[in-house]
Design a protein around this ligand. Sequence first.
Ligand code: SF4
Length: 491
Amino acid sequence: MSELKQPPAHPFDDDKLKEECGIFGVVGVADAANFVALGLHALQHRGQEAGGIVAHHPESGFNSARRFGYVRDNFTKQSLMETLPGALSIGHVRYSTAGSKGQTAIRDVQPFFGEFSMGGAAIAHNGNITNADALRRELIERGSIFQSSSDSECIIHLMARSLQRDIPSRVEDALRRVEGAFSVVAMTRTKLIGVRDPLGVRPLVLGKVGDNGWALSSETCALDIIGAEFVREIEPGEMVVITAENGVESHHPFRPAQSRFCIFEHVYFSRPDSIISGQSVYETRRQIGVELARESAVEADLVCPVPDSGTPAAIGFAAESGIPFGLGITRNQYMGRTFIEPTEQIRNMGVRLKLNVNRALIRDKRVVLVDDSVVRGTTSRKIKEMILDAGAKEVHFRIASPPTAWPCFYGVDTPEREKLLAATMSEEQMRDHLGVDSLKFISLDGLYRAVGEAEGRNAACPQYCDACFSGEYPVEPADMLQKGFKMKAAE
Ligand code: SF4
C-alpha cells in the first residue's frame, strides 16, 4: 500500500532543538473541534509536520481527521470541520520525536484511537516513552498489532490489555507501565482526560470555557486564543477526568516524586506569551538576559538578538549592560516548509533565506549577538559571517542557555551526542570554531536564578530537568542504554 509521506524539512532549519508536540482538548462546548483547531493553531510552534483532531458526537460517534502541514491550511476548511461534530474533541500537532523521524507517515499522526468493549477512546501524547522499545516488543509478542511506528501507540495497546472496567482506569493502568515523559489528553464518549507524568517533565494546563466548558492545553497561549480562562496547571503525577456535567475530578495515580519540569521550556520551547508556574515566559527570558549580562559583560556598541527566540534575552542583556539594543537581523516570517525545493544552489544560500542583516545598523559596530542556544553551531557560524560581511568590527556571542552537550530523551528532537558542538569542544574551542571574538553561555546556576530559584540549582536534588546541559537524566533512558548510549557516569 502506498503511504502518504511528509516532504523533508529544509536542511538549513536543523540547527535548533525541535519542539516536541502540542496537545489540546475541549469538552462542553458546541463544535468543540473548532476550538481544538484554534488551540492547535496557537500551539503550532510545538510541531509543524502534521496535526490531527478527533471529535465525538452522540449520533455520529467518533470522527477523526489527520493531515500533514499547518493547522491553518487544513483545519480551517469548513468541509473538513463539518465532519468533526460534537461537544468533545482532542487534537495534536506533531514534530516527530520517535517513530519515523523526518519522514512522518500519516499513520504516525495522532490522536490514536482504540475501540474497547466499554466504548472507544482517543489519546494524544506529548513527550517520549523511554521504555517504548521494550513495551512494544512485549506487546507484539502477546499479539498486539501496531498500526504506526510511534512510541505513543503503546499506550492504546496497554489500555487494551488492561482488565479495568472503565477507560479512565485503563489509562491509569497503561501509564503506570510507561517510563519517561508524558503529558496526555484523552477522550471517551463523554469524558476529557488529562494526565502528567510523575516528574511533570512536559507541560499541561487547565482552562475554563464559558459556563460548562473545559479545556486542556500544552500552554496557556492556546487558552487565550479561544477566550478560555486559565485555571491552573495539571500537577506532576495528576490525572483529571472532566465532564461538562460534573466538572473536574482529580486523581493521583502515581507514586509522588520531586517534580522535574523541562527547564528548556522556559528558554525556548514555550511561546513568550505563555505563563509557566505563574511566571511569564517572556519575563523569564528577559531575566536570563539580565543574568547573562551580569555573568559575561563585554564592551560593545550594540546588542542584537538572533530572531525571534533570542529577542527577550537580548532586551534583558541590553537593559542590564547599558549597551543600546537594536534589531540588526530581520527574519523572514514567511519562509514556509514548501517554499522552494532545496537544490544545491538554494542550500548554499542557507540561513540568508531566512535571516537578513540590517547593514546600516551593524556597520562599524562591536556587536553582541544574543541567541537562545547553540546546537550544531552551523547557523551560528553563518550568522557571524553575515554580521562581519555587513561591516561589524567585532562579534560577541552570548547564549541564553548553558552548552547543550547531551541529547534529550523526553520528547525533544536533538542530534546524536557527537553532533552537538558542546559535546566535543570546550567553550574556547567553540569560540574559535565559530570564529567570534568572544563566546559565553549562561551558567546553570544563572539559568536557575532567572527562572526564579534564588539560590540557583540544588545539585543534590535539582528542581528541573536540565539533562541536555548537565547529563543528569531524571529518568533512566532504558531503550537508549540498550542501544549503547553511555550516561555521564559511564564515560
Ligand atoms: S533533556 Fe533538556 S530538553 Fe529534554 S526535557 Fe530535559 S531540559 Fe528539557
